[in-house]
Design a protein around this ligand. Structure first.
Ligand SMILES: Cc1ncc(COP(=O)(O)O)c(C=O)c1O
Length: 363
């Protein structure tokens, strides 16, 4: 048999037909595409961290429970004593773990439409049925549509990012309450952008038997450490612990996260700066004639003239600015770009590029 024949017979059709997750090359670019925190740490702290990393026991497997970060995380995030934590290699891994538990059960997964793509991508990868639930004209939960969808799909899991990605808005508390109180599914409130909003649903994981909360350190300056968390009642967490890979948080990540949390004031201060810069970015884009969607996250969606989003995206790249083109990914996102909030000088570079391109793309 040739290798081609073997691949044909051994790799399922579903996998052969799919593509790998694409990340654009950002070498030399001002990177405003991936909701990262733009700030590096002060040099003195980086030197101290390097020393810690140099002394970490790379010859040993990591602590499977990552105990060194549990206490500091609980304190920093004000996690109630009633709740327990499970850690993932980014929250992507937690999403994968939660969905993988449903393989073969016939149960489905639901998420808002549009929302973070990995919910659907991972459900497809694991052949777990996925159902997208509609948003209304203001991008809030379309209650009637959700109720119908939930009856039909009868999901075991509902992912609800709060605020939502890529739309940036918070869903209304009343509608979330209705969904949580009427469903038999486990609702995962995904607070990836918690640092940039005052909304906080941790207490729902205490109050409601069917709610857990997911968070990540990716948006507060530690994207490279790949560290996500599921926070919930110990009864839920102990079930999911059974399918977590034993050493999923490596020694270097544990050391770096622990060190970062010893300096948590820096994380807080940088997030605060990002919130302020979000206001300046929103204002500057509006002043240049773009409609900017209200955002509680570290990115904004800007609406361009008809069929101008892709050409503007390409033109910005020639100015070494990389944003995310949402046009073409979903009907609701037609003519839109998503811009991550960067450092002030990055915002200035974006404004300068837009001014330069105003004759072509101005509104
Ligand atoms: C809503 C939402 N959830 C989860 C994630 C994944 O985060 P992580 O970097 O922890 O895998 C993202 C990343 O953009 C996101 O937008």
């Amino acid at each position: 048999m040739t290798r081609e024949d073997l691949i044909q017979s051994l790799i399922p059709e579903r996998v052969r037909q799919s593509g790998a997750y694409q990340v654009p090359d950002a070498t030399g670019m001002i990177k405003l595409d991936a909701m990262e925190n733009p700030y590096q740490w002060p040099e003195s702290l980086r030197v101290e961290l390097a020393d810690r990393l140099a002394h970490s026991a790379l010859n040993r497997y990591p602590d499977p429970q990552a105990n060194g970060v549990r206490g500091p995380l609980r304190a920093w995030m004000n996690i109630p004593d009633e709740l327990e934590m499970l850690f993932g290699n980014g929250s992507d891994e937690i999403i994968a773990l939660l969905i993988a538990n449903l393989i073969g059960s016939g149960r489905s997964v639901c998420a808002p439409d549009p929302s973070f793509v990995m919910f659907q991508v991972l459900a497809n990868q694991y052949s777990v049925p996925f159902r997208a639930l509609p948003l209304d004209a203001s991008l809030d939960i379309d209650l009637a549509g959700w109720m119908d969808g939930l009856v039909e799909a009868d999901p075991a899991l509902i992912f609800i990012p709060q605020p939502n990605n890529p739309t940036g808005n918070l869903f209304s508390k009343d509608r979330l309450t209705e969904i949580v109180e009427s469903t038999q599914a486990l609702v995962v409130i995904d607070e990836a952008y918690t640092a940039f909003t005052d909304a906080d649903y941790l207490d729902w994981a205490v109050t409601y038997p069917n709610v857990v909360v997911m968070r990540t350190l990716s948006k507060v300056g530690l994207a490279g450490s790949r560290f996500g968390m599921l926070i919930g009642h110990p009864d839920w967490i102990s079930q999911f612990e059974k399918t977590r890979l034993p050493y999923n948080i490596n020694v270097l990540s544990q050391t770096a996260v622990q060190y970062a949390l010893e300096h948590a004031s820096i994380l807080n201060e940088q997030s605060q700066r990002i919130r302020q810069e979000r206001a300046r970015l929103t204002l500057g884009l509006s002043e240049r004639g773009f409609e900017v969607w209200p955002s509680e996250a570290n990115f904004v969606v800007m609406s361009c003239s008809e069929n101008q989003a892709r050409p503007l995206f390409d033109a910005l790249k020639t100015h070494r600015i990389l944003v995310k083109c949402l046009d073409g990914s979903h009907p609701r996102l037609k003519d839109t770009l998503r811009v991550t909030v960067g450092a002030p000088e990055e915002t200035d570079a974006l404004f300068a590029a837009l001014d330069h391109l105003a004759a072509e793309f101005g509104r």
